[in-house]
Design a protein around this ligand. Structure first.
Ligand code: CA
Length: 461
C-alpha cells in the first residue's frame, strides 16, 4: 500500500517538474472523485500568474485527499472487522453465560422435583403398609389387616395423569393425610406416665445399629443376649449366628456389646446339629433352635456344650411349608418373654394360621397352645411381650408397623398400628429381650436393636 502511495507521489512530482518547461495536459480526479482535465503552459514571468496555487496544485491536493481517504479507509477500515468480531464474541460469551445459568437453575429444579417425588413415594409406601384403624375393637381373632394398594386414596391420586401443579397438590394431600393420621395416633397414645409393669406395646424406637456382618453368610442371621443368663456366661455376653448356608452350626460369643460391635468373638461353639431359619433363642444358659429340615427342637446347654433336650414340635410345618412372608425357612420361630419360652409356627390342621405354643424350657414339651387367625405367611416376623404375640407387617418397607396383637390371656387378637422401621430394608429376625425390654433384629447384614415403650394394659387402666 505504501509502495503504491510512493509511486503516485513521485509521479506527481515528476509531472510538476516537466510542466515548468513546456505545455502539459493534466488529468486527475477532484475531491468528489470526478475526472478533471487541466491544460498547463509555462509563463514567461512568474509574477504574471494570477494565483499562487494553480490547477496542478489543486489537482495534487485533490489526489492527496483521495489517497488520504484511501489510506484512512485501508488502515482505519482494517480494524472494523476485528471490532465487529470482538463485539460478536462478547455477545456470544454473554449469551453462553446466561444459558449456563439457566441450565444450572433447571438442574437445581430437577433435583428438587426428584427429591419431592421420592418423598411422595416413601409416604405412599408408609401409608400403604399401615392398616386401617380397627372398626370393631371387640372382634376377636381377626386376621391382620393389610390394605390392598389399589384401594389407597394415595394410589388413586398417583394413577392420575400428570397435569401442571399435580406434584404440589399431590404432595400436599399426601402430607395432609399423613398428618391427620399421625394426629389421630398421637391422640390415642396414653399420657406419658412411666409404666414399669408387664404392659402392652406403645411404641418402638428407631433401630440402633451394632454391627454389620462381614460376609454373605450374614445377610440373614440371629443375635441375642440371654435375659436370664447363668454361669459361666454373664448377661453381657452377646451371641450371634450367621444363618445363610446349608450347614449352619457356628455360634459366636462376644464378651459384651462392644466386642460384638468390633467383631471380636471370645467363644466359638460348633453345634452338634445344623440349624434352620432365624428362630433360635437363648434362655437360662441354653440355646434353643430348630434342627435343619425337621420339626425337631434342640436345647443346647452352653455350659456343658452338649444337647440337653430334643423333641419334635407336634405337627409343625418346616423347611418352607409355613414360613414368614420373606421365606428363609422361618417356619418355626422361638421366642422368649416375661412368661417364658414360646414357639410360633403353623400346622396343616391350622391351614397356615399362626399357632402359638408355650414350651417347657427344661424338656421342650408343649404346655399350652393357641390357634390364631393370623396367616403366618402374611407376617414379616413376630415376637412376644408379656404373653402377647405381636406381628410386623413388612420386612422390606422402610416404614412399616407392628400391625396385630394376640393376647394369650383373653385368647383374642386385634389390629394395631405401631410404627416400625426396617432401616436396611430386609429384616430377617425380630425377637424380644425381656431383661432389656428391647427388640433385637437382623436387618440385611446389620445387627440392630429397638427400645420399646410399654403401657398399662387396658384391663388395669
Ligand atoms: Ca421372631
Amino acid at each position: 500500500m505504501f509502495l503504491v502511495l510512493s509511486v503516485c507521489i513521485l509521479g506527481l512530482l515528476a509531472s510538476q517538474s516537466d510542466a515548468q518547461d513546456r505545455a502539459a495536459l493534466w488529468r486527475g480526479n477532484d475531491r468528489s472523485g470526478r475526472c478533471q482535465y487541466t491544460f498547463t503552459v509555462a509563463s514567461p514571468t512568474e509574477t504574471s500568474c494570477p494565483q499562487a496555487g494553480g490547477p496542478e496544485f489543486e489537482g495534487i491536493k485533490a489526489r492527496l485527499s483521495l489517497l488520504e481517504a484511501l489510506v484512512s479507509k485501508l488502515t482505519g477500515g482494517g480494524n472494523a472487522p476485528d471490532a465487529r468480531l470482538q463485539e460478536a464474541l462478547t455477545r456470544a460469551v454473554g449469551e453462553r453465560n446466561l444459558l449456563q445459568g439457566e441450565k444450572e437453575r433447571l438442574e437445581r429444579e430437577l433435583g428438587s422435583l426428584q427429591r419431592r417425588s421420592e418423598e411422595i413415594l416413601r409416604e405412599t409406601e408408609r401409608l400403604r403398609s399401615r392398616p386401617c384403624p380397627p372398626q370393631t375393637p371387640s372382634v376377636s381373632g381377626g386376621a391382620p389387616m393389610r390394605p390392598a394398594g389399589g384401594s389407597s386414596p394415595v394410589s388413586h391420586l398417583m394413577a392420575r395423569p400428570n397435569r401442571p401443579g399435580d406434584s404440589m397438590s399431590l404432595r400436599d394431600s399426601v402430607w395432609q393425610q399423613g398428618f391427620q393420621e399421625l394426629k389421630a395416633e398421637v391422640t390415642e397414645v396414653p399420657a406419658p406416665e412411666e409404666y414399669t409393669g408387664c404392659g402392652v406395646l406403645v411404641s418402638v424406637s428407631a433401630p440402633v445399629t451394632h454391627r454389620k456382618a462381614d460376609s454373605i453368610a450374614g445377610k440373614y442371621g440371629v443375635w441375642m443376649q440371654d435375659p436370664e443368663a447363668v454361669a459361666p456366661y454373664g448377661p453381657a455376653m452377646a451371641w450371634r449366628i450367621d444363618t445363610v448356608g446349608s450347614d449352619v452350626r457356628q455360634l459366636f460369643g462376644y464378651e459384651d456389646m462392644e466386642q460384638l460391635s468390633k467383631g471380636f468373638p471370645t467363644k466359638v461353639v460348633l453345634l452338634p446339629e445344623p440349624l434352620e431359619g432365624t428362630g433360635a433363642v437363648l434362655y437360662r444358659g441354653s440355646l434353643y433352635y430348630q434342627r435343619r429340615r425337621s420339626r425337631t427342637l434342640i436345647r443346647f446347654d452352653l455350659a456343658s456344650e452338649s444337647v440337653a433336650a430334643r423333641r419334635d414340635l407336634p405337627h409343625a410345618g418346616f423347611h418352607g411349608q409355613f414360613p414368614y412372608s420373606w421365606g428363609g425357612y422361618t417356619d418355626i420361630d422361638l421366642a422368649v418373654d416375661e412368661r417364658g419360652l414360646w414357639a410360633i409356627y403353623s400346622t396343616s390342621k391350622a391351614k397356615g394360621a399362626v399357632v402359638l405354643s408355650r414350651l417347657d424350657p427344661h424338656d421342650l414339651r408343649v404346655t399350652k397352645s393357641w390357634e390364631t387367625n393370623i396367616r403366618k405367611n402374611s407376617a414379616a416376623n413376630a415376637f412376644l411381650v408379656c404373653g402377647r404375640l405381636y406381628t410386623v407387617a413388612s420386612y422390606g418397607a422402610a416404614n412399616t408397623t407392628v400391625n396385630y396383637v394376640f393376647d394369650t390371656e383373653s385368647g383374642r387378637g386385634r389390629p394395631l398400628a405401631v410404627p416400625f422401621a426396617n432401616k436396611y430394608r430386609y429384616n430377617s429376625m425380630i425377637d424380644y429381650n425381656p431383661a432389656q425390654k428391647k427388640l433385637f433384629a437382623w436387618d440385611n447384614f446389620h445387627m440392630v436393636s429397638y427400645d420399646l415403650r410399654l403401657g398399662r394394659p387396658p384391663a388395669e387402666a
